[in-house]
Design a protein around this ligand. Structure first.
Ligand code: ZN
Length: 76
């Protein structure tokens, strides 16, 4: 897909780190699948993955965890 930010680059499949901060808790997901622009480095994460991350973050926060770093694996 063409990058929407720089309008020149093509996005390539890769992984990124996503940090979610909510209600005083910080949840970090590593190795999240993303589409990364080969020109400006902008990262695009699929909607369903974002939803999945938010859902997981809510579950983690519910357990009273303040800082959590985990490898994100999804069966896409
Ligand atoms: Zn770009």
């Amino acid at each position: 897909m063409k990058c929407m930010i720089c309008k020149h680059g093509e996005t390539k499949t890769g992984t990124t780190t996503v940090t979610l901060e909510k209600a005083g808790s910080t949840i970090v997901f590593k190795e999240v699948s993303a589409h990364i622009c080969d020109n400006c480095g902008e990262e695009y994460i699929d909607d369903f993955i974002t939803k999945e991350l938010l859902k997981k973050a809510r579950e983690i926060i519910k357990n009273g965890v303040e800082v959590d770093i985990r490898k994100y694996e999804i069966a896409a």
